[in-house]
Ligand binder design. Sequence first.
Ligand code: ADP
Ligand code: MG
Length: 814
Amino acid sequence: MASGGANYRNGTQRNSLKGTTTATDRQLSMNSNPSKAALKNKSLSSVGASSGLRKSSPGSLGGGTAKDDAGVPGRVRVAVRLRPRNAEESVADADFADCVELQPEFKRLKLRKNNWDTDTYEFDEVLTEFASQKRVYEVVAKPVVESVLDGYNGTVMAYGQTGTGKTYTLGRLGEEDTADRGIIVRAMEDILADVSLESDSVSVSYLQLYMESLQDLLDPTNDNISIVEDPKSGDVSLPGATLVEIRDQQSFLELLQLGEAHRYAANTRLNTESSRSHALLMVHVKRSVKGRELAHSSQNGNSTNMAKSLRPTLVRKGKLVVVDLAGSERIDKSGSEGHTLEEAKSINLSLSALGKCINALAENSAHVPVRDSKLTRLLRDSFGGTARTSLVITIGPSPRHRGETTSTIMFGQRAMKVENMLKLKEEFDYKSLARKLDIQLDKLIMEHERKQKAFEEEIERITTDTQNQISEAERNYADAMEKERLKYQKDYMESIKKLEEKWMMNQHKLGERKDQMASTAEEVAELQKLLSKETSLRKAAEEEVNNLKSQLAQLKMSEASANSEILKLRKMLEDEAYRKEKLEGEISMLQTQLLQLSFEADETRRRLDRGGPGKVLGGLDSLISQVRPQVNDSVNEEKASIANLFEQVGLQKILSLLEAEDADVRIHAVKVVANLAAEESNQQKIVEAGGLTSLLLLLGSSEDEMIHRVAAGAIANLAMNETNQELILSEGGIRLLSITAANAEDPQTLRMVAGAIANLCGNDKLQNKLRDEGGIKALLGMVKCGHPDVLAQVARGIANFAKCESRASAQGLF
Ligand code: ADP
Ligand code: MG
């Protein structure tokens, strides 16, 4: 603020005071935040020096139920505003200094008591004559308005002598110059800017209090409004006062003008001035609190959606009371209207009562005379109550009114000591909840009625349906029953009929059976007899069988012993057979040896016979006779033994020995066969038994010279027969004989081979084959041997061949 010389009209005084005050300046500086509230200012003058956090006594202005909840300490804030000199003062007081000097930077006011003495006072705000309306609003009222918007009650009050600018400070509409707008207009602007028109509401009442009568400035006919106090909360309300809801600034201004017009009219009618009456503007701000539901629901535990929707809204109801008090000057002093003393007392009753209350509160008096006036009743919440209160005291500069100015300052100083406990005006909006519930209830009732109706209709329908179904079912049941009954009846009748038939049949059969029974009885007796007979026969047969069985067992036993006997005998027989076989083998061996001996004896004898020189054997007979054992006395016995052997052993056996493993046995066997073949009577048998074939094989397979000689001799003897000659040829005899001749060294062997071939040469049919198979060639080949026996046989063969040749040519075969 301006700190120029204008604040100090009397420099000397200022100087004179300077020294006395400096020491306290700092420590007395104000805490601008009202809620911090520790009252630190100390009047440097006569105002009581001690002060602190006020604790209201139960009987105080702010006591009672309103204090039940913890509040925020909030001292009444007081600002002083100095009106500039007006035109008259500028003239009349031109030679005088102002009675006050302001030190806004120190928030101090110096009051001149006289030319040499000043008192210094400290205020929450010191507003000089230059202070703008805007600044005044911000300093004095704005914190209160903000509190109201937050849900607290708030009071802005102007106190001062008539003409010092109370109405100017509070009520200027600023229509000509917007800078002139007073606190009321600016407060409403701020309120409307802050509230939401959908969820919040702002409504105002405008009243005048004159001579303890409360008049409604919005409804002039309503001139005696009663004050109602809630004994519980201590809240004051005016149910009779008109409450106009404000939605915009313009309508509010119009409402203010209307109220002002009514005030003027009323004052005219009552022959009074506005300065004698108190004007009260009440602004109710109701705001619903959002974002509190959660906290609330958690307090109440689990809430259903339904319950949630039915929860009352939390609302904050702040009330701003702006009070433009009647002039604080003493009525007798102004003395203009000529009221009686009683009237004057009545006119100022409220104001003096307010002063008393403020005094009591400032002094922490046990008794605060709230009930002494309507004004104090209306303002019980503003001083010592729960509201945030800001007081502006207005003073004029004129020394002529020093007394009034002083008393105003003293009022302000005392008011600064009043401590309020700010309390949030928050509550649940049960009314609107009840309305909501009412609406919902009505909806539910309607819905219920509709559903009830529908339900009844449904029940009726179901009943009808069910009855229909029941009767249908009953019909069906009856039909089915009837059908069943008929069926059973029919079955029953049929059964009866069948039974009757059966009975009849049985009766009939019974008759027959009775007859049968008689004959049957006889039969049975007969059969029984037969049966007993059979039984006895069976028994006899069984005995017989048992007898036979025992006999059989005995027989079996004897058979077993016989069998073992047979086995023994069979064994003995086998042993005998084996011994016999062994003996036979030995016999044949002995016989073979015997044969050999006899053959060798033959040979020896023959060699002895050929002892005479030049004796040439010619012709077939001579050869045979050589091979044939000579018949003389000495060998008759031997011949007989060979014939005997032939008979005993059998030709087959002898022939089989030709193929024996043992070479000696083979030689003996060949010799035996050769001897046998010498007998003409045996030749046929030998050939038939395969002897010729065996001899030919032996000739081919053996390499033994003696075997070759003996076998060739035997073949030569057998070759005397024409049939045998052909057989020899067909079995490859020519070739075998030729090979034997080629390989032989012994002349006797060659003699036998040549003899055999010579015999073959006598057969006409074999001429060609003999020649083709090399028989003739072999025969001729043997000539080189030179032995006379061999030559003789070769000659015989050639002669035989030549005889046949000539016979053939004679027959013209060539
Ligand atoms: P009160 O209401 O206290 O009786 P008013 O507000 O009617 O006093 O003011 C009286 C006169 O002084 C009015 O003409 C008003 O315009 C003027 N006045 C008051 N305060 C101021 C001020 N601060 N600046 C200029 N004029 C003022
Ligand atoms: Mg006024």
